[in-house]
Design a protein around this ligand. Structure first.
Ligand code: SAM
Length: 211
């Protein structure tokens, strides 16, 4: 059997940067929580306003830890152990970064096209940054890829991806997702459960608004 080196469980922190919690984010956070739980990693959703009511299914997610405090307060004494996953960083994440950092930080923001660089809100706090390649990922994909790199020790450019997949909305319409996803064992992009239906619902609503 191949001798696969594994790093011990890490902490993945998503700093929620929106005042509201969109259904898209809720599905992403649910997926991050359950995958982290299954992979022996810790997931912290930080900076959640006390007034924000989380949907019941998210509250029940295995592996979800909620924090009203922000990253700076929670890890005030271990800033050098925090790595910000930053699309604008000059260096890509490597398996060896798993030996340097214990905490991996992500922006809890929905992707946008073109990207508005809201990750800069975390960058200005001064954490060391690493990129996950040149293409924008959804937050759950970014956490998944980071876990594969630092825990399973697979280089970022050796992970199979699908860029900008096209989703069929109905027999006449399709929509292109402007993100990079990890390719699953079924050859399809890995997305949170319920995401394809939500995208279809939102796209049809968008089309309906035009009529
Ligand atoms: N358009 C966005 C922005 O305004 O910065 C990107 C948001 S992305 C959906 C959410 C988070 O995933 C980012 O804040 C970052 O932590 C992580 N992320 C996504 N793609 C990445 C990449 N290629 N390299 C590093 N981090 C990435």
């Amino acid at each position: 059997m191949a001798n696969i080196r594994q790093s011990p469980g890490k902490t993945f922190v998503v700093e929620h940067l929106d005042p509201e919690l969109e259904e898209w984010s809720s599905l992403e956070y649910f997926t991050i929580a359950s995958e982290s739980h299954d992979a022996g990693a810790r997931f912290l959703l930080s900076s959640v306003p006390a007034s924000l009511k989380l949907p019941a299914n998210l509250q029940q997610a295995k592996g979800l830890n909620i924090e009203t405090r922000g990253i700076e307060e929670i890890y005030a004494s271990s800033k050098d152990k925090v790595c910000l996953l930053d699309p604008a960083a000059s260096k890509d994440l490597s398996p060896e970064d798993g030996d340097t950092f214990d905490i991996f930080l992500f922006g809890g923001i929905l992707g946008d096209d073109p990207p508005r660089d809201r990750t800069s809100e975390l960058r200005k706090k001064g954490y060391q940054g690493r990129r996950l390649g040149p293409v924008q990922m959804t937050t759950d994909t970014a956490v998944r890829v980071t876990r594969i790199v630092v825990q399973d020790r697979v280089p970022v450019d050796k992970i199979p991806y699908i860029d900008h997949p096209e989703l069929r909305i109905n027999k006449n319409e399709s929509t292109e997702m402007p993100f990079r996803y990890v390719k699953g064992s079924d050859g399809q992009p890995i997305m949170p459960q319920g995401m394809v239906d939500l995208i279809k619902k939102d796209s049809e609503k968008g089309l309906g608004d035009l009529l």
